[in-house]
Write a protein that binds this ligand. Structure first.
Ligand SMILES: Nc1ncnc2c1ncn2[C@@H]1O[C@H](COP(=O)(O)OP(=O)(O)OP(=O)(O)O)[C@@H](O)[C@H]1O
Length: 483
């Protein structure tokens, strides 16, 4: 074992070579800031009736095979890629090895493995998360989950999903190098809020980002099946990253362009700020895995949909149900069908009783709550055939009044809401903005905002905009036609 330990500010830093490995890391300190997942985190269950999983990829050998996932997420403005590329350029076989990594601390452990904060040697500014799975300690079923996760991770390219920088198979360990989320998970953040509740504006922000992540997964035919606040990590910049793909299943999807959908738009005569709404027929892209089917009962009790509980088979609708539960929990601090025990929770879900909203006494109705309740009711429809999202996916959900005003392509540039316990670092990197809106430099961005502000002044608006404005400034004022 080649571990060199360097105690620095009570932080253990480990550098190691690939040979003679012991990655049990029993002596590594745990992250105290986020203490990984809170002890109240709910664990996922897996009960297989007739497993239909992704075909599993064969293990990648540890050496001599380039294990870097350079495809499509390789953007020059991502400092993590720059660091990985620099290291692998100097590596004799062009591959990344464990010896290139420095483990800083343990950030959490789950069913399958442990996750460490780490850096590449000599690249102090690029933080990564390394998920280490000891394959020898896992059942064949859990091993298939690891392979599912690795396979899905390697196919993702979305700002609200993890980038897999490298996949290492070393001895009996599988190591996945991903983006590190310094703000912990949404479940821990929720527990820091009064009554475990977030404001409507904060919920709208997080839900909108989760919706985009689910939309992307579904467009690839991936049904996620484990949506819950514990699996929504928060990056350094306050934007989300959905994690934990071991319970996903894969299905075919046939993307379609649908003509003739009627949507309400601001009238051209009134420009950005016109109240009168006119209807317009639009062509929409719909990519929803409506034929997805699995019988495995997987997920987390409080988030299981009725069709999952019944065990007669389920499809894409389980994610839209869970999305409804998520919005409910973020707003109300608890889940709607929770009972005194796991069994009674499952009974409540399976019963014909609909969702009920528990307002705490003395609660003032926040603007947006009525829309939120309406959306929740439409998502928590027990019959998946009638549930919002099940036929046309996120396309229909995005149009719900709860999300009114959100400029979906710009959401990556919105400033995250101010939430107790959330420390947001404004990224100076261009990657922060260019991924979605294609504005390639801060200078160009400033120009865009200047032009936008000028345009708004011309239109006689009393509102001013700047690139740091919080997203709900946009949400409240319809600037649709201006951008
Ligand atoms: N990229 C990351 N950045 C920061 N923390 C992370 C990251 N990935 C995972 N974690 C934390 O590490 C812990 C375990 O991670 P994860 O849930 O992926 O492991 P797992 O073994 O798949 O767990 P599960 O039991 O949910 O299947 C969690 O507390 C999670 O919040």
């Amino acid at each position: 074992q080649h571990l060199c330990r360097n105690m620095d500010h009570e932080e253990s830093i480990y550098s190691f070579a690939d040979s003679d490995l012991d990655l049990s890391f029993t002596s590594v300190t745990t992250d105290r800031t986020h203490s990984a997942r809170s002890s109240l985190a709910r664990s996922s269950l897996t009960l297989s009736f007739n497993e239909s999983r992704l075909s599993t990829a064969s293990a990648t050998p540890s050496t001599a095979v380039p294990n870097i996932h350079t495809r499509p997420h390789c953007r020059h403005d991502n400092p993590n890629w720059a660091a990985v590329n620099a290291v692998t350029t100097l590596s004799s076989d062009g591959a990344l090895h464990l010896r290139h990594l420095q483990l800083l601390r343990l950030v959490g452990s789950g069913n399958l493995g442990r996750v460490f904060l780490c850096r590449l040697r000599d690249y102090e500014h690029a933080n990564f998360a390394l998920k280490v799975v000891d394959r020898d300690s896992l059942s064949s079923k859990k091993l298939s989950h690891v392979q599912t996760e690795a396979q899905i991770l390697s196919s993702l390219d979305h700002p609200f999903l993890p980038t897999l920088y490298a996949h290492l198979e070393v001895s009996h360990y599988t190591c996945l190098l991903m983006d590190y989320c310094s703000n912990g998970d949404l479940h821990s953040l929720l527990r820091k809020q009064p009554h475990y509740r977030l404001s409507v504006q904060a919920v709208r922000f997080f839900a909108a980002e989760v919706l985009l992540a689910l939309e992307y997964l579904h467009a690839k035919g991936i049904v996620y099946r484990d949506l819950k606040p514990e699996n929504i990590l928060i990056r350094e910049d306050g934007h989300i990253m959905l994690s934990d793909f071991d319970l996903c299943f894969h299905s075919d999807v046939s993307p379609k362009l649908e003509n003739g959908t009627r949507i309400k738009v601001g009238s051209a005569r009134y420009g950005c700020f016109g109240d009168p709404q006119v209807e317009e027929r639009v062509t929409e892209f719909v990519a929803e895995p409506t034929t997805a089917f699995s019988r495995s009962c997987v997920g987390t009790h409080e988030y299981l949909s009725p069709e999952l509980v019944s065990g007669n088979g389920h499809g894409n609708g389980v994610d839209w149900w869970a999305f409804g539960i998520l919005i409910y929990e973020l707003l109300y601090g608890t889940t709607p069908f929770k009972g005194g025990s796991k069994d009674s929770t499952l009974r409540n879900i399976a019963s014909t009783k609909g969702v009920r909203f528990h307002a705490a006494e003395g609660d003032r109705e926040e603007p947006g709550m009525a829309e939120a309740r309406d959306l929740i009711e439409k998502l928590l429809v027990k019959d998946p055939r009638k549930r919002l999202g099940c036929t046309r996916g996120a396309t229909d959900i995005k149009r719900h009044p709860f999300f009114n005003g959100i400029k979906w392509p710009l959401i990556r540039t919105y400033r995250p809401p101010e939430v107790r316990g959330l420390t947001v670092k404004r990224s100076k990197s261009r990657a922060n903005v260019s991924h979605v809106i294609g504005v390639s430099s801060p200078r160009r961005r400033r120009c865009l905002w200047k032009r936008l502000s000028r345009l708004m002044r011309i239109k006689g608006s009393k509102y001013s905009l700047n690139s740091n404005s919080n997203y709900y400034s946009y949400a409240n004022h319809n600037v649709r036609k201006c951008v």
